[in-house]
Design a protein around this ligand. Structure first.
Ligand code: SF4
Ligand code: SF4
Length: 306
């Protein structure tokens, strides 16, 4: 792909009220500490302008490992994306989304903004095991309110379910609960800390990394990382503030890494070595039934309401 189809940008990183067991940055058993870091607003605006100038209508995800609504400057970022006709995808745990944020979101009608709530549970007791000690029903009521009060489907609302041992028995109930209420339900599988996944026949076929081929992950200082699994910045593929997006995306560092993944020639000390999660976020097969468009790659399944 000539340019990334999606940019995950760390405008503000390291702020989240949860410490989910599965989290690569805040999991309770992680010994390293994720520092709070911020991209200066003038650099953030310059970066968004550069993305807009590519003209390929990429999607902006304004966070990597953080809770996006912990960033008060997210409003300015959303407004700038809208003014530049950039679509957005915001993934949230919903905890910090207060009335002020909800009213702000309901006023944004000019561009496509997808807000996906990561809930991972149907029952409160399960939510507490996989997410944390917050009230699931309160978060669900914010979703209901956004759906009921939105003025346009440009504000698209989704829910996410990451299956792990503690919640996998609720997967079908989650899908059935939400699929006719929201615009999209995403069901996916946990990526373990050692970058292993529960394999399926389909995921086993994937030989290329869709993350490296399609998504550019830009950290707060402009450093480009392999993907969002790299929560502590252990990989480095260039710096967009020094070299520009296109030079990094087509640069030797990333091209050679793509090649080594394809040929299965990664060295043991490389960040991607041993990773089984290559297919997440890409390589979809598409089908439809009477009510849904379904995108499935054996790891992720999206149910998009028609
Ligand atoms: S909500 Fe997301 S960023 Fe926060 S701890 Fe959970 S997985 Fe990590
Ligand atoms: S191979 Fe794994 S670690 Fe490397 S970029 Fe792809 S998903 Fe990330």
């Amino acid at each position: 792909m000539e340019y990334p189809r999606k940019f995950q940008i760390g405008f503000q990183e390291g702020t989240c009220p949860l410490s989910c067991k599965k989290c690569f940055a805040f999991g309770a058993d992680i010994e390293r500490k994720k520092e709070v870091r911020k991209m200066p607003m003038n650099r953030a605006i310059k970066l968004l302008d550069e993305i807009s100038s590519l003209g390929n209508h990429a999607t902006i995800q304004p966070h990597i490992f953080t809770e996006p609504f912990a960033n008060p400057e997210l409003k300015q970022i959303i407004q700038h994306c809208c003014s530049k006709e950039l679509k957005m995808s915001i993934i949230t745990n919903g905890i910090l989304m207060d009335d002020d944020w909800i009213e702000f979101l309901l006023k944004q009608n000019s561009q496509k903004i997808t807000v996906s709530f990561s809930l991972d549970a149907v029952k409160q007791e399960t939510y507490e095991k996989v997410r944390g000690n917050y009230n699931l029903a309160q978060i669900e009521s914010k979703i209901d309110y956004l759906i009921a009060c939105r003025k346009s489907k440009n504000l698209s609302i989704g829910v996410n379910f990451t299956a792990e041992e503690d919640n996998e028995s609720e997967r079908d109930a989650f899908l059935n609960k939400w699929k006719y209420k929201v615009d999209a339900v995403r069901l996916h599988r946990v990526i373990y800390r050692n970058k292993k996944i529960i394999k399926t026949e389909a995921s086993d076929q994937i030989k290329e990394c869709s993350q490296l081929n399609e998504v550019m992950v830009i950290d707060t200082g402009g450093e480009v990382r392999t993907c969002s699994i790299d929560a502590f910045g252990d990989s480095y593929l260039g710096n967009v503030f020094e070299d520009g997006i296109v030079s990094v995306w087509n640069g030797r560092e990333i091209q050679q890494l793509r090649e080594r993944i394809h040929l299965d020639r990664l060295a043991e000390n490389e960040f991607c070595f041993g990773c089984e999660a290559c297919g997440y976020g890409g390589n979809y097969l598409y089908r439809e039934d009477s009510d849904f468009y379904i995108a499935d790659n054996g790891y992720d399944i999206f149910y998009n309401h028609k």
